[in-house]
Each structure stands twice: as C-alpha cells, then as structure tokens.
Ligand binder design. Structure first.
Ligand SMILES: *[C@@H]1O[C@H](CO)[C@@H](O)[C@H](O)[C@H]1NC(C)=O
Ligand SMILES: *[C@@H]1O[C@H](CO)[C@@H](O)[C@H](O)[C@H]1NC(C)=O
Ligand SMILES: *[C@@H]1O[C@H](CO)[C@@H](O)[C@H](O)[C@H]1NC(C)=O
Ligand SMILES: *[C@@H]1O[C@H](CO)[C@@H](O)[C@H](O)[C@H]1NC(C)=O
Ligand SMILES: *[C@@H]1O[C@H](CO)[C@@H](O)[C@H](O)[C@H]1NC(C)=O
Ligand SMILES: *[C@@H]1O[C@H](CO)[C@@H](O)[C@H](O)[C@H]1NC(C)=O
Length: 272
C-alpha cells in the first residue's frame, strides 16, 4: 500500500509544477528508515507544492531533463534525431535461477518485472531528486496491484489501479529470455509499447545504492527497439540503478529467486 500511495501523492503534486521551482536540497534529508522516508516524501511534496503557480501551464519542459551518463564507462549516446518522451522510476524484481546441484555455479539472470511510475516532470524540475528516487523507492515494497503485469490487469476492475496507483505509467517484463518489454499504455497515458534488445551495458558507478539485503546495483543499460514498437519508441536507457544483483554463487539459494531493485528508465522516440 505504502509505496504507491506515497509515490503517487508525490507525483500528483508535481503535475501542476510551475516553471520556477524552489531549490531542492539533496543533502537536507537522506532517508534511512521507512519512517524517515515518510517524512521525506512529505517534505518533497511540500517543496514541489511551493513551486505551484495556479496560473501557469500544466506542462513540464522535457528539454530541461538530462539523461545521467556518469558510470565507469559511459553508455553509447542517444541516437541522432531522437527526443526524450518519458522518464519513469521502475520498481520491481530481477529474477534468477540456480542449478541446485552445483553450489559454486553462478545464478543465471532470467528476466525482470517492474512497475513504472511517471517521473517525467521530476526529471525536468528536480534532477537531483530524480537521482535519489530509485534509492528511496527500493526501501518500499510494491503493493500487489501495482506489481501486476499490464496484460493481467482486468480493465473492468477500476479498484486495481485506483486511487493510490493512478500515476503508474507502465509495466516492464520480459516476453522471452532476450526481449525486455515496456508497456507504457495504461489508463493514465498511451505512450506506446516497446519490445527491446540489449545494446550496451555499463557497470553501475561506485557508491550506487545497494539492495534491501545489500545486493549490488545492477548494470546501467542501453536498449534499442525491436520490430513492433508503437508510440515511435526507439531507445530505452536504464540508469541510476539500485540493488537487483544476484549473489556470486548459488550456495544457499533456491532454484528460482528474485532480488528487489529500482532504476530510472528513460524513453526516447523518433520525430516522425
Ligand atoms: C507523465 O508522462 C508524460 C509523458 O512523458 C508527461 O508529459 C507528463 O508530464 C508526465 N507527468 C508527470 C506528473 O510527470
Ligand atoms: C519473476 O518474478 C515475477 C514476480 O514474482 C514472477 O511473476 C515471474 O514469474 C518471475 N519470472 C521468472 C522467469 O521466474
Ligand atoms: C559448477 O559450476 C562451476 C562454475 O560455473 C563450474 O566450473 C563447474 O564445472 C560446475 N560443476 C559441475 C559438476 O557442473
Ligand atoms: C519487503 O519485502 C521483503 C520480502 O520480499 C521483506 O523482507 C522486507 O522486510 C519488506 N520491506 C518492507 C519495507 O516492507
Ligand atoms: C499504445 O499506444 C500507442 C501510442 O499512443 C498506440 O499507437 C498503440 O496502438 C497502443 N497500443 C495498444 C495495444 O493499445
Ligand atoms: C548498438 O546500436 C548501434 C546503433 O543502432 C548499432 O550500430 C550497434 O551494432 C548496436 N550494438 C549491439 C551490440 O547491438
């Protein structure tokens, strides 16, 4: 319950953020426990409300949002001619399997599943804040309803998405072992769908947020669209990752297990 309500209350406030924003002090509050996090979200929400100007247009200037590129080896840049369409905070799990007959074998990555929350306005207004969000989001567990894969959401049962989860902008899952899929068509926005393929990998930077059990942050990625994408979606970046990595070996693990993670996902579209 908690994560989606807090996240969505927070984003909902941002919808009407005005062009001038109060300064966000990243150092002023570094969350350490769920109680701190609750205060933290209230603080952030009030900072963003303070920037609201009822007379201003309810839009966010995407040209202010800059894809994070710092990592030990930078990912290839966004292809020529593409423009930013959407920024989301993904919260979910990385899935792994283990060969139980071999405790020295490494777990195999078998996909991931995540709920995507609209962070586009935050990306344009508060890049510092955006970069803290995966870390913050990882401290919360998703509700059953917000973790639902898009294809399983019964369109007639309004209670699945409402009211706490209304700022969900999509779902991420794998349609086969080499095809990460992003469904950005929800009851909130129809931004498109994109089956993708891994194009490049970069180790997460030193100091990246660890997981709920201290797991290292998964790599940063560049993904490119496979045939069949809609909404002109062409490229997806996974950056500012938190948690999600598997242990070095299968010792003590079960045949299939999940590791909680969060990350920023940046979606780029073609002009035409
Ligand atoms: C949600 O996403 C759309 C598309 O990126 C964007 O236009 C809109 O401003 C976003 N809303 C918020 C609250 O971030
Ligand atoms: C990964 O985890 C999700 C969430 O529990 C689950 O629904 C899915 O079946 C898992 N996928 C694999 C390949 O194990
Ligand atoms: C167990 O896994 C390790 C590491 O992958 C490998 O070197 C070894 O050959 C495997 N042993 C067996 C019996 O499969
Ligand atoms: C999140 O779920 C995990 C188990 O999946 C549990 O160990 C952990 O305590 C939960 N964390 C919170 C903040 O509820
Ligand atoms: C998803 O949204 C895109 C872009 O608006 C649209 O072209 C596409 O038909 C939608 N797909 C589905 C399955 O609704
Ligand atoms: C990554 O994308 C670029 C540009 O589309 C392409 O030239 C390159 O072959 C791709 N690399 C991989 C490993 O897929």
């Amino acid at each position: 319950m908690r994560s989606s309500i807090l996240l969505s209350a927070f984003y909902a406030t941002a919808v009407v953020a005005a062009p001038s924003y109060p300064k966000f002090e990243a150092d002023a509050a570094t969350p350490t426990s769920p109680d701190d996090l609750s205060d933290y979200f209230s603080m952030l929400a009030s900072k963003i409300s303070a920037g609201v100007d009822a007379g201003s247009a309810q839009s966010c200037d995407l040209s202010n949002a800059v894809l994070p590129t710092t990592s030990p080896s930078p990912l290839p840049s966004v292809s020529e001619g593409l423009k930013l369409k959407h920024v989301a905070i993904g919260r979910g799990t990385q899935n792994y399997t283990c060969d139980l007959s071999n405790t020295t074998a490494a777990p195999a990555a078998v996909g991931a599943t995540a709920t995507l929350f609209n962070a586009t306005c935050i990306a344009s207004a508060y890049p510092d804040l955006l970069n803290l969000l995966p870390r913050v989001a990882l401290a919360f567990n998703l509700t059953e309803s917000s973790a639902y894969p898009a294809n399983l959401i019964p369109s007639t049962t309004g209670e699945v998405l409402a009211p706490g989860n209304y700022m969900i902008s999509g779902h991420h899952y794998f349609i086969n072992s080499v095809t990460p899929f992003f469904d950005l068509n929800t009851t909130n926005w129809d931004l498109g769908t994109v089956p993708s393929v891994k194009n490049a990998t970069a180790t997460a930077p030193e100091g990246a947020a660890v997981g709920q059990q201290g797991e290292a942050a998964v790599a940063w990625l560049k993904l490119t669209a496979r045939e069949g994408a809609t909404g002109k979606l062409q490229e997806v970046y996974r950056v500012e990752t938190a948690g999600g990595s598997q242990p070095a070996t299968c010792a003590g693990m079960s045949a299939a297990f999940e590791v909680q993670y969060s990350a920023q996902y940046w979606f780029f579209e073609s002009d035409s």
